[in-house]
Design a protein around this ligand. Structure first.
Ligand code: ADP
Ligand code: ZN
Length: 622
């Protein structure tokens, strides 16, 4: 913001400076002013016949003495000290004898009008407007430089800076994996390279491609690579930038963007977060809705308005395909859809390989192992992981980035950075117990994700973390898996109660996650025998705000009550199961907690060691 303000400020200061200069210039035209004297002194000099001439300008009199006149008593005796001219003010009271006196003493009298000339009047009355215009002008220029269009920039050309085409240097080689998507997009690359050939054959080339996928999976990267491969101009904007404070700006921006892109065709327009303008009409809430609809309509009409000879392809990305307006998908608009999934482990390995080119990597590192250990991570996460590892290596003055660095970086990305909080002995013990509960439940139940690591070093927002990683990428979740997940989530709290006979607030997040999971099982996935195979609009996230809101209920009050009952029954059942499990294996639980307190971090192998050795448990028991 301070960046935005300094330009107008400088403008205002400049204007003030010039105005001042201007006034002192016009004020100065009355001519030289001499020694300032009082009016009575002036009358005295007049009587003494020492005034040669006088000029009236309003109530200011200026004039010349006949002789050099000392102004101060101190200067009186000194020869040659004094002034030739004078200035004085006429008192407010009239001096009727003045004119007569002046005539008697043969003073030459001149008068200058105090009314300013027509030009002066004009300039002075226009000045405020000039100032406002100048400030406006500077503000516009300043805001445009800021990129997003800013407050005033929006009125002008929707922040023209955005629409400078970018020459992209990257190609498909820098996009790891995504073979199918690349294959599909090659057709577009060919078209952009040789549009004439396509037009001659009369083929219809898709003008709009929609990329669906979670954030960070490389949609922007892919779009840029298409531009890079084809060697065409690339215009990129986020749809949320279309919509700003002022109504009517969005549609204008869309028009500008398309006009600019057409001018430098062949080109690609990339619209990120299309759902910001493209969500179904009528799904909005409160204000700003009309604005979005206008913007959407403009977008639709621009896409319809393409003719055969305009080699512009629009690529848009969203992670909310479900909320998009159907009108966007019609033929001739975004009729080509590509789903960008989270990468599987092979693609993850390829992505790691691409990003490892930028660092000095220990040749012994097996990227395949890291790839297998990072299910669910997106390309952006993996890039971040490599970056963190490189930072760690640099901090440790290492020659190379090693497997160790990568492992630490993975922990940081998955569990958050380590925090330096001093925990009291008791807090440490509670945390160890709590995490031991999660870990043991996860370890004992069949079909759960293996425990990768458990720690009582505070990380991210948690005081301790039990990290489970699936063996392989999961695409669906069976009910038994979800039930076990609930048991693991409640294991922490149950362990606290079992061993300490008390509960702490540390389990709040577990409860929240567990309740949300149970809600989804009951209301969306039809996993409750009591409710049956039906799905309700409950537990869903809001179509475009990405959060839960009080939604219009599509079910009766009675059903709502039954859903509540069922959700708490399921969570309750999971807690009971956790309690039985941990009670039956109490020695192992205690052994785990003790080892955690001692060692602070245990990996999967160490956990197995501890819970398979009844000797340790027996020792601790006695
Ligand atoms: P999205 O647009 O889907 O949110 P981005 O394209 O902005 O994701 O991806 C963010 C970053 O993640 C990219 O700049 C790139 O460095 C990295 N990335 C994502 N997917 C890949 C991939 N398949 N190959 C290489 N890098 C990738
Ligand atoms: Zn917990």
């Amino acid at each position: 913001m301070s960046q935005n303000l300094w330009r107008p400020l400088v403008a205002v200061l400049l204007v003030i400076f010039f105005v001042n200069a201007f006034y002192s210039f016009t004020g100065g035209e009355a001519g030289e002013t001499g020694g300032a004297i009082s009016y009575s002194r002036f009358k005295k000099e007049l009587t003494a016949d020492n005034i040669k001439n006088v000029t009236f300008k309003g109530s200011v009199f200026t004039g010349e003495f006949r002789a050099v006149t000392p102004l101060t008593p101190a200067a009186e005796g000194q020869k040659g000290r004094g002034v030739k001219t004078f200035t004085t003010m006429k008192p407010a009271i009239d001096d009727p004898g003045l004119m007569g006196d002046l005539e008697n003493h043969k003073v030459e009298v001149t008068a200058i009008t105090t009314e300013s000339s027509f030009l002066n009047t004009l300039v002075i009355s226009l000045l405020p407007w000039l100032i406002i215009l100048a400030v406006w002008f500077f503000a516009l220029r300043g805001m445009k430089g800021q990129g997003a269009g800013g407050m005033l920039g929006g009125f002008a050309k929707s922040g023209a800076r955005e629409y400078v085409p970018e020459k992209v240097g990257i190609t498909f080689a820098q996009v790891a994996g995504m073979e199918e998507a690349k294959q599909e997009l090659r057709e577009i690359v060919d078209y952009l390279k040789e549009p004439k050939r396509f037009q001659r054959l009369g083929g219809k080339v898709p003008k709009g491609v929609l990329l669906f996928g979670p954030p960070g999976t490389g949609k922007t990267l892919l779009a840029r690579a298409v531009a890079g491969e084809a060697g065409v101009s690339f215009f990129s904007i986020s749809a949320s930038q279309f919509i700003e404070m002022f109504v009517g700006v969005g549609a204008g921006r869309v028009r500008d963007l398309f006009a600019t892109a057409k001018k430098s065709s062949p080109s690609i327009i990339f619209i990120d977060e299309l759902d910001a303008v493209g969500r179904s009409r009528g799904a909005g809430m409160g204000g700003g809705n009309d604005e979005r609809e206008q913007t959407l309509n403009q977008l639709l009409s621009e896409m319809d308005g393409f003719d055969q000879h305009e080699e512009v392809v629009v690529i848009a990305a969203t992670n909310r395909p479900d909320v998009l307006d159907q009108a966007l998908m019609r033929p001739g608009r975004f009729d080509r859809h590509l789903v960008i999934e989270r990468p599987d482990w092979r693609d993850r390995e390829a992505i790691l390989r691409v990003h490892c080119q930028k660092i000095v990597l220990d040749p012994h590192v097996e990227l395949g192992v890291i790839a297998r250990g990072t299910p669910g991570m997106t390309g952006a996460d993996l890039e971040n992981l490599i970056n963190e590892a490189a930072i760690l290596a640099a901090r440790g003055n290492a020659q190379q980035v090693t497997g160790d660095h990568l492992e630490q970086a993975k922990d940081k990305v998955l569990m958050g950075g380590e925090r330096k909080v001093a925990l009291s002995e008791l807090e440490k013990q509670i945390t160890a117990l709590h995490e031991a509960g999660h870990t043991l439940a996860a370890r004992l139940l069949p079909g759960t994700d293996p425990v990768h690591k458990v720690t009582i070093i505070p990380r991210g927002r948690a005081l301790g973390v039990t990290q489970q990683l699936p063996d392989d990428d999961r695409h669906y979740y069976p009910r038994s898996y979800l039930m076990n997940r609930l048991v693991v989530l409640l294991g922490g709290r149950v362990a606290e109660r079992l061993l300490l006979g008390d509960l702490s607030t540390g389990a709040q997040n577990d409860l929240k996650v567990a309740t949300e999971l149970a809600e989804k099982m009951v209301c969306q996935w039809g996993m409750s025998d009591v409710i049956g195979p039906v799905t309700f609009s409950r537990g869903e996230e809001h179509p475009f705000l990405g959060m839960k809101l009080a939604q219009e209920k599509s079910f009766s009050e009675e059903m709502a009550w039954r859903l509540d009952q069922e959700i708490s029954r399921i969570v309750g059942a999971a807690e009971k199961q956790a309690e039985e499990l941990l009670t039956a294996n109490r020695p192992k639980l205690e052994a785990l907690a003790a080892a955690l307190t001692e060692e602070e971090t245990l990996d999967g192998k160490r956990v197995d060691e501890i819970i398979k050795l009844p000797v340790i448990a027996a020792d601790k028991n006695q």
